[in-house]
Design a protein around this ligand. Structure first.
Ligand code: IVH
Length: 738
């Protein structure tokens, strides 16, 4: 029995609509509908296909994953070989390329080049026949590649059928498959969680993901594509320029690089290259250079090919960010918080544009996971301004006398015990401010520009001050005299006087800077300012208790209560009890918090699970359990209190951080959440709300008073409606702001 015509039409219409939304999303980067609507369309199509399986076609958007795992990949012969590119490693080499092009073409006129980033992924050939994707193949040796059709079909940005019209009967699109950095990081996090080995870089991850015999694995990997050329074309002429071809490909539904540009003559090419080099780290995908291609296809044909590369294109490469070298030794550096960082002493190597002889190994977990040993040949990476790091070792090149890296039991600087709590990656020196290394770093941090901004107190000076026992903590700085300072190396009367003046000047500061300068673990500049703004005074911050900051929800309270009551009755103090096993959500801070509220377990148990539920008294965005504990314990410690008191009596002071404390605050006590598209930036409204005393939170909860919902508001609006939170539109917000 044949299926009703109206059903067939409905199925086809749904497929067209889904294909179109894919195009808006992946190619134009301008989605037209929210994800929920897209999901609805896909589900409607799935339902119909389930009802009428005879209507399923291989190019239906529901059929991306489905094929069974293969035993091996079939071989594909490339009818037009997939070439590689010549490289230029300097501006001069790029100029030489241009000169050769113009000599061959016998012209003095400047050439128009199409420029696009050189993506660091792997080349792919995608064959469309009558607009349908029939084959995906890797480059292989350029003449023969592997048939990875099953896998490329799972990549959401690759259309299973072309959209629009006018495409040739046979169109082979070539491009690069790659994994965006964000997706790569998420994938590696997942790998670690599953106890599997993380990938060394996005390129390896992309290659490993595409060459999977089971397409379901590929489907889970965040791969995507930028097209950069055409291979075989049958039956319909394309454009007479490369850029024109790219525009056509894009119209037919394939993504191309949004960075594609045209450069007339070499000066424009150099500018393009420099701009791209400057933006390299900000892009969400790895690139290793810029490809310049003669844009005019007629000229390309006249130039032709040499060996394995076209004469009309060149890759201007960035300096390599990864190189091989040998680990000669590993030492441990002690940071401000006592963290011991293993640092590899390397055989000097030129990488990322500079000579590198030290590189961080991050922490012992990393060293152990990557099994890095002294004597190993390793990959060193220096990307942008980031400190050089050892990425991994090449065990196959390991000499027989390679030695493992051993975490010292005692701090290499002060000899205090080194502590590495089980399961934690970071080992710390337990010496605190007794440890000269920590003292130096703490004082450098205190004096730094974003903290107390003490001009003229450089690293070298701090080191001398600590080594000569002139300062043991930041407060001692303010007791230094001109005479003491003048006696130091490379300090004259004049600079000593200047430094004393700078110290004096630094006393006038802000609460945010002061908090940041104290160097509380986990409190960066932004969090310090948030705390200052939200609490308004040092006293208010010092008075914070864990129970003000931490929230125990009803569901958590139930499981915690159950575990605690099974664990112990009687008068055992809750504090310092070993945490009951099997508490999944458990965090040690919750126990500390309960200890704060209930000195005796008996008291805790008397209240039942409800007694454990607490709402945080003070909501400070970004302060979770870990940070709450750091803040509260910092101010409880006597030696920290002592330093703070000394600083205050030395005359450190600041103005009230709250914007105009005397101004009326009509929205005091109300919490707003902003979502969706508003006619002004959200930060604009946020500032207006804060000025009026309101709080602005990032997510909707039952403590939210108003949700301001702009256009295309999504899940927050739904949540607000579920919780019965009042919803305002922009007009409503403006009225409340009046
Ligand atoms: S054009 C005949 N454009 O680089 C020229 N290649 O070293 C074919 N690649 O195998 C290549 N980004 O995988 C071209 N924008 C881009 C590219 C690019 C990356 C890769 C490609 C090729 C390799 C050559």
């Amino acid at each position: 029995m044949s299926v009703d015509k109206s059903v067939r039409e409905r199925v086809e219409a749904l497929r067209r609509e889904i294909d179109y939304h894919n195009y808006r999303y992946y190619v134009l980067d301008d989605p037209q509908v929210p994800d929920a609507e897209y999901d609805r369309l896909l589900r409607a199509l799935q339902d119909l296909e389930r009802q009428y399986p005879e209507l399923i076609t291989p190019d239906s958007p529901t059929q991306r994953v489905g094929a069974r795992p293969l035993d091996s990949f079939a071989e594909v012969a490339h009818r037009i070989p997939m070439l590689s590119l010549d490289n230029a490693f300097s501006d001069e080499e790029l100029d030489d390329f241009d000169r050769r092009v113009r000599e061959r073409l016998k012209t003095d006129a400047s050439i128009v080049y199409a420029a696009e980033p050189k993506l660091d992924g792997l080349a792919i050939s995608l064959r469309y026949e009558q607009g349908r994707l029939v084959q995906g193949a890797t480059r292989g040796d350029g003449h023969h590649g592997e048939d990875v059709t099953q896998n490329v079909r799972t990549i959401p940005s690759i259309p299973l059928r072309l959209i629009g019209e006018g495409w040739p009967e046979v169109l082979e699109v070539r491009g690069e498959i790659f994994m965006p950095k964000k997706g790569f990081e998420a994938l590696n996090r997942r790998q670690l969680e599953r106890g599997e080995k993380p990938f060394a870089n996005p390129r390896n991850a992309a290659a490993g993901s595409l060459r999977q015999l089971d397409p379901r694995v590929t489907a889970e990997r965040p791969l995507t594509l930028f097209s950069y050329g055409v291979g075989e074309v049958v039956g319909h002429p394309m454009s007479d320029t490369h850029s024109g071809n790219m525009a056509l490909i894009r119209e037919w539904g394939l993504p191309i690089s949004p960075e594609l540009g045209l450069c007339e003559g070499m000066p424009a090419c150099h500018v393009y290259f420099d701009r791209m080099a400057a933006r390299r780290d900000a892009l969400d995908y790895d690139i290793d250079g810029v490809v310049f291609k003669v844009d005019d296809i007629g000229l390309q044909e006249r130039l032709g090919y040499v060996a394995r590369a076209p004469r009309w294109a060149i890759a201007r490469k960035f300096p390599a960010q990864e190189e091989l070298t040998v680990v000669e030794d590993v030492e441990f550096q002690v940071g401000r918080t006592g963290a011991l960082t293993p640092v590899a002493r390397l055989k000097p190597v030129f990488v990322g544009g500079v000579t590198v002889s030290n590189a961080t190994l991050h922490n012992m977990d990393e060293v152990e996971r990557e099994d890095i040993r002294i004597g190993d040949t390793v990959i060193v990476r220096r990307a942008g301004d980031v400190i050089p790091e050892v990425v991994r070792s090449l065990p196959e090149r390991r000499p027989s006398d390679a030695r493992p890296v051993i975490l010292p039991a005692h701090c290499p600087v002060c000899g205090s015990a080194v502590i590495r709590p089980e399961g934690e990656a970071i080992a710390r020196c337990s010496g605190g401010l007794y440890c000269p290394a920590q003292r130096k770093e703490a004082i450098k941090h205190f004096a730094s520009r974003k903290a107390m901004d003490i001009e003229g107190l450089g690293d070298k000076l701090v080191e001398q001050l600590v080594e000569r026992d002139l300062v043991a903590n930041p407060a001692d700085l303010y007791a230094l005299t001109k005479e003491q300072l003048a006696g130091l190396e490379r300090m004259g009367e004049k600079s000593a006087a200047n430094l004393v003046a700078a110290l004096e000047q630094s006393k006038e500061t802000t609460l945010g800077r002061f908090l940041f300068a104290l160097g509380i673990l986990g409190i960066g500049e932004t969090m310090a300012n948030t705390l200052a703004q939200e609490r308004g005074s040092l006293e208010a911050i010092e008075a914070l208790r864990l129970q003000d900051l931490i929230e125990i929800k009803a569901s958590q309270a139930r499981s915690l209560f159950k575990a605690l009551s099974e664990y112990g009755a009687g008068d055992t103090p809750t504090g310092r009890v070993t945490p009951p096993p099997g508490l999944k959500w458990y965090h040690p801070v919750h126990l500390l918090m309960l200890e704060e509220r209930f000195p005796l377990l008996r008291g805790l148990l008397a209240g039942g699970p409800k007694g454990l539920v607490n709402e945080p008294g003070v909501r400070i965005e970004g302060v979770g359990e870990v940070l709450a504990e750091k803040i509260v314990t910092f101010f409880r410690q006597a030696h920290n209190r002592e330093v703070i008191d000394k600083l205050l009596s030395a005359g450190v002071h600041w103005p009230d951080p709250r914007p105009d404390a005397s101004a009326p605050r009509p929205l005091q006590g109300l919490t707003f959440v902003l979502t969706g598209k508003l006619s002004q930036a959200r930060d604009h409204y946020k500032a207006l709300l804060l000025e009026r005393g309101a709080k602005v939170a990032g997510s909707v909860s039952k403590n939210t008073d108003y949700l301001v919902a702009g256009e295309a508001a999504g899940s927050k609006l739904t949540k607000a409606q579920q919780l019965g939170v009042k919803v305002l539109d922009e007009q409503g917000l403006l009225e409340r702001l009046k």
